[in-house]
Design a protein around this ligand. Structure first.
Ligand SMILES: NC(=O)C1=CN([C@@H]2O[C@H](COP(=O)(O)OP(=O)(O)OC[C@H]3O[C@@H](n4cnc5c(N)ncnc54)[C@H](OP(=O)(O)O)[C@@H]3O)[C@@H](O)[C@H]2O)[C@@H](O)CC1
Ligand SMILES: [K+]
Length: 509
């Protein structure tokens, strides 16, 4: 699913009006009807409802929502926020319509002291600004956004299309914004919704389809995409009946050290469950019995070195189709030296995570030695160590994209919506996964999955997009069974099977 900019959304709007028998007023009606339907399904007609409307089309949506809910007997008051002397035509027409039928329900806000006192338990609809916001809000209008946000703990705030004050395509980190409990947005995710700095403002996000023209959507390019199940189904390759273990590749995982063998065990189990044909683990001496007894399906190469692996660049089996390195290996100087030699020796794309990334953070010259098209999986702190600090999430996203192109690597940035930046400039956001997965070990599971998919012959782009989605989906399956609180990385591994079954329904017994 594509993520469009505010300008492209306006074009989609205009294209739909030009190519379908629908006027801009009808499109507004459609958008408002989708919101009214959503609200009616969740809130009773006697809920006191306050709708704050701006002077643009977002305000127009608010006025139509008011009219539609009044028709259903809802208890509505409308407050027009006079943020501008100008108004849009569709908004003006809907204002006239409402004024004719319900003049006593219309109120006007020209200053902060015009803000009303709300009845207890009220529902507040924020339809002040949407995708047309062109600059940070200031003055008394900023005060109104503030007054709405202050209601958050006592009232339910629902933002229409965007929480007012949030810019669709740029940072509004320090700008006054409405903090909504729910955001009902039309047709597309907006880039701003996917970045952590807006999490508290957007609240629970619902995307409501309003039938924008499919041709415009298909023809228009954007670097930003949401990973959806439809895309995953085109990537996933079900197994053929005459397959054998050689068909699914031989992976090497370099993981674990004294006190961190759990990382190796988790990565190994995930690698196997994600379908690799053969798996070898390279561990220090202290890990040998652990691996042999907990992951019997894997082969194990143990070093003479007791606590840390420092010779993993030596004697690499040419049969390895993919090497994953990092979980729990530690950051000893000798380990770093071995990593450098490994990076010099290997030409095929690898998976680098955790301590491998921390080592590269300490010796940044190593970045240039990472084989092209490798997968790097930093969390935000590791990302900062690798590429430096940024002042907001938009700047960080742009740095992520820039580095992926410059270094010709796939770099993902872990988060609620993990972002995957590709060497061709595309960025994919993943929506699967849940806060239960924010546990030590969850990243090791991802490393195992990615190494497995690369070894099986998935292209680096297919492997990272599929792998991140799979990891999140398995986490969601596990959380549904066990709760987010009780979720352990092992449960993500155990749920991988259910996700594969979901992808290939014909395999169900
Ligand atoms: N295709 C779709 O998805 C559909 C979209 N639809 C809806 O249209 C919405 C977009 O409408 P839009 O373009 O009229 O812009 P909108 O968000 O109402 O803001 C414009 C107002 O903001 C003002 N303003 C701006 N910055 C300001 C500031 N800093 N401080 C103060 N004022 C500021 C600006 O004032 P001006 O700059 O003119 O003085 C003007 O009054 C979209 O979000 C969705 O809700 C549906 O109806 C149909 C299908
Ligand atoms: K809004």
């Amino acid at each position: 699913m594509k993520i469009f900019s505010a300008a492209q959304i306006r074009e989609a709007d205009a294209y739909t009006i030009a190519h379908e028998p629908v006027s801009s007023a009808m499109l507004m009606e459609r958008a408002a009807a989708a919101c009214a339907g959503w609200l009616r399904a969740r809130f009773m007609a006697d809920t006191p409802l306050y709708i704050f409307c701006g002077k643009g089309n977002n305000g127009g949506d608010g006025l139509v929502i008011a009219r539609l809910l009044l028709l259903r007997g809802y208890n509505v008051e409308v407050y027009v926020v006079h943020n501008s002397d100008k108004t849009s035509a569709d908004r003006a027409a809907n204002y006239t319509l409402l004024e004719k039928e319900h003049p006593h329900l219309l109120h006007h806000i020209h200053a902060r002291h015009d803000f009303p006192t709300l009845a207890p338990g009220a529902l507040v609809i924020d339809a002040i600004f949407g995708t047309g916001l062109s600059r940070p809000v200031d003055g008394w209008v900023a005060g109104i956004l503030h007054s709405i946000s202050e209601l958050k703990d006592r009232h339910t705030i629902v933002a229409i299309d965007m929480p007012s004050g949030v810019m669709a395509d740029g940072s509004s980190l320090h700008a006054p914004c409405v903090h909504a409990r729910y955001t009902l947005s039309f047709e597309f995710y907006k880039l701003a919704f996917l970045l952590p700095e807006n999490a508290e403002r957007v609240g629970e996000l619902h995307i409501l389809p309003i039938g924008l023209h499919p041709t415009y959507i298909a023809q228009t390019t954007t670097p930003y995409h949401i990973i959806d199940e439809q895309t995953i189904r085109t990537i996933y390759q079900p197994r053929k009946p005459f397959s054998h273990k050689g068909t699914f590749g031989h992976a090497l995982l370099i993981a674990g050290s004294f006190g961190k063998m759990g990382a190796a065990v988790l990565a190994a189990k995930a690698c196997l469950r994600a379908g690799v044909g053969l798996l070898t683990l390279h561990v220090p001496r202290c890990g040998y019995e652990i691996i042999q007894s907990t992951v019997p399906a894997a082969m194990c190469v143990a070093e003479v070195e007791e606590q840390y692996s420092i010779h993993f660049h030596e004697g690499l089996n040419p049969a390895y189709k993919c090497i994953g390195v990092g979980p729990g290996i530690g950051t000893e100087t000798a380990t770093a030296r071995s990593l450098e030699r490994l990076l010099e020796a290997v030409k095929a794309p690898m998976v680098l995570d955790a301590d491998a990334l921390n080592i590269i953070g300490t010796y940044p010259a190593l970045l240039q030695k990472v084989p092209k098209n490798s997968l790097l999986t930093p969390h935000p702190k590791e990302f900062e160590r690798l590429f430096g600090a940024t002042s907001d999430d938009f700047e960080r996203l742009s740095l992520l994209g820039k580095k992926a192109v410059e270094l010709q690597l796939y770099i993902l940035l872990k988060g609620r919506y993990t972002a995957i930046a590709c060497p061709d400039g595309a960025v994919y956001f993943n929506t699967t996964g849940n806060p239960g997965m924010a546990t030590g070990g969850s990243g090791d599971v991802l490393t195992g999955i990615l190494t497995s998919l690369l070894a099986q012959g998935y292209s680096p782009k297919a492997a990272i997009v599929f792998g991140v989605w799979l990891h999140g989906s398995a986490g969601d399956q596990a959380a549904a069974r066990l709760s987010e609180e009780a979720l352990l990385p092992e449960d993500i591994i155990d749920s991988l099977g259910q996700v594969f079954i979901r992808l290939s329904p014909d395999k169900r017994i």
